[in-house]
Design a protein around this ligand. Sequence first.
Ligand code: AHR
Length: 512
Amino acid sequence: MKNALLGLAFCAAMPLFAQQKATVAIHPAEGKQVINKEIYGQFAEHLGTCIYGGLWVGEDSPIPNVKGYRTDVFEALKKLKVPVLRWPGGCFADEYHWMDGIGPREKRPKMVNNNWGGTVEDNSFGTHEFLNLCEMLGCEPYISGNVGSGTVEELAKWVEYMTSEQGSPMAKLRKENGREKPWKVKYLGVGNESWGCGGNMLPEYYADLYRRYQTYCRNYDGNQLFKIASGASDYDYRWTEVLMQKAGNLMNGLSLHYYTVPGWTGSKGSATKFTTEDYYWTMGKCREIEDVVKRHIAIMDKYDPEKRVGLMVDEWGTWWDEEPGTIPGHLYQQNTLRDAFVASLTLDIFHKYTDRIKMTNIAQVANVLQAMILTKDDKMVLTPTYHVFEMYNVHQDATYLPLDLQCERKIVRDDRIVPLVSATASRDKAGVIHISLSNIDLEESQDITLTLDDVKAKSVTGRILTANRIDDYNSFDNPDVVTPKTFTGAKITKNGLQINLPAKSIVVLEVK
Ligand code: AHR
């Protein structure tokens, strides 16, 4: 409350100029933590057209494909440097029985996708199709196991099927299905949203189930599982407390879900038609994830001061009303420059807590919620959010550089106080510094004085993502409305850089 009052006083005292001033002081010598590349993780659920039509069309499709995976989507994901892909859910995971998705495709049983529109699922995309895709993309698979409606035996056998080399019944079955060598599977989720669609459990009950299920998920033949317990939603700090207290010693990670959503009942608002006030509210709501992760981290610190257990934000992003005319329950939404800001601001926050946040997975990779990619028949568009992930991928596995930022702030609906500038910086293995800056102000540019302590910049180049309007988006007819362009607004000074950051823009600078 004290901070809120200070914020109010600060804002009220600030006059508004045509161009605002901000300072960013980066401290390269203080960089210690590596930004785990898995913070740039993706999520693919059997939901709407994420898998079928989005990633997978099958070998016989007229849509160009590589072994059944859409060529255009595959190439776009390669460029994104996807480090980890979570599958098969989400809520779907706790109704998924993996044995239905192996063997000859024409013999696989069908099921009804009860969570997502009652669509018939033919199981043609199963374990082999998913793990082979991860191998082709060069990313880690993150398997979300069924605890809600599956047995311990079923989950244990799935791990055996995927990762045991030979001699086991499941390795034999895998070989009969055409895969000789096991896959490497590192990340294993033991249930999803176990407080809700994953079984409506209480934390004490789930903590016991977690302990039991994880016991039988073995490390076979050099494969080392990283076991992730199903974590809290948003502000449910008690869930984290109970899980850490009762099962913290048996987990490698604990998940957290946080959506930038205007509320779970009634309309969530249109993805493309929103007011200026809605826009600034969205910035406030997405930034609130910082307070939320801080509070979950404080609880984790109490039980795990060495920070052995990772906080895995394995679902995040915007959640708007489904696009008119699309199938209810398929969560198909458009994606504007507003969504791009949610991505950049949230990634900036994740970088700050990289000593505890080891993975995050935006929801979702294609055609669902805050998607990277939208497809329609043989057409594909890259969303503004895709472009943020592509521009930001220079931060993957780079050393996080702490910084101090001073800028003007705005009070938005629900009394949140929102800084108008967001920034993050890192140094990669070659010594190159990358600085990402977002100016969320819709009208004013920012005159940014940036210092780098003892580092002397010799060259600076950059790219910018912006558009004429905040509600601009890429459509199948106009796919390049919001795309990155060369940025020339940064100049080298004696102590660092002077940057002119246009209104509503996201810039990534490369400093050598
Ligand atoms: O991402 C969509 C859904 O949101 C997931 O299936 C579920 O885990 C969450 O509620």
